[in-house]
Design a protein around this ligand. Structure first.
Ligand SMILES: CC(C)(COP(=O)(O)OP(=O)(O)OC[C@H]1O[C@@H](n2cnc3c(N)ncnc32)[C@H](O)[C@@H]1OP(=O)(O)O)[C@@H](O)C(=O)NCCC(=O)NCCS
Length: 151
């Protein structure tokens, strides 16, 4: 697989529109409130270390992103580790290794910050996302189980 020329950099507050564009392409729905709240929490609250990344093509167009949360509490880094919760690659650029590159850089960055574990939640029936995370060496948690109750 030949990967196009891609630059990975930290996500910034003004990447919101680019993220909304890609999210709409991959999900077929628009969810600006979700991202506006996320951006506010990550970039303005001062409670999270920057971990989210974007992938740009040679022209500087954002073609993919990965968003995570690393909470810095009163006493420093959270012991619970970091989470990765939202990822998207422009369909025109999928299957070229960009998703893998984003995850590799995300993990490297967290490692440098001293993080020991990354969590995520995936819908059991979402075969494509399960495949993506398994391929990127995520496995079922040995310590946490997700519980729910119907109302
Ligand atoms: C999952 C995703 C990030 C992978 O990005 P990518 O750049 O294509 O990833 P890679 O090129 O590194 O490929 C990773 C694997 O995913 C598979 N894959 C890529 N695109 C896929 C697609 N549209 N459907 C199913 N599998 C896909 C590839 O086959 C590859 O596996 P393989 O090498 O075993 O064949 C991308 O498909 C995507 O954005 N999907 C939508 C994600 C989504 O729903 N986000 C919103 C909620 S979080």
């Amino acid at each position: 697989m030949k990967r196009p020329e891609i630059n990975i950099r930290l996500m910034q507050n003004n990447d919101l529109d680019a993220i909304l564009r890609i999210d709409k392409l991959v999900l077929n729905i628009s969810r600006p409130e979700y991202y506006e709240q996320k951006f506010e929490r990550l970039f303005t609250s001062g409670e999270y270390l920057p971990t989210s990344l974007v992938a740009e093509d040679a022209e500087g167009m954002v073609v993919g992103f990965i968003m995570g949360e690393l909470y810095i509490g009163e006493y420093g880094l959270s012991n619970d580790g970091a989470t990765v919760d939202t990822i998207g690659v422009d369909p025109d650029f999928q299957n070229q290794g960009i998703g893998e590159l984003l995850m590799d850089e995300f993990i490297d960055h967290l490692r440098q910050l001293g993080v020991k574990k990354v969590h995520t939640l995936v819908e059991k029936n979402d075969k494509a996302m399960m495949h993506y995370f398994e391929k990127n060496r995520f496995q079922s948690s040995q310590t946490v189980i997700s519980l729910e109750r119907n109302l």
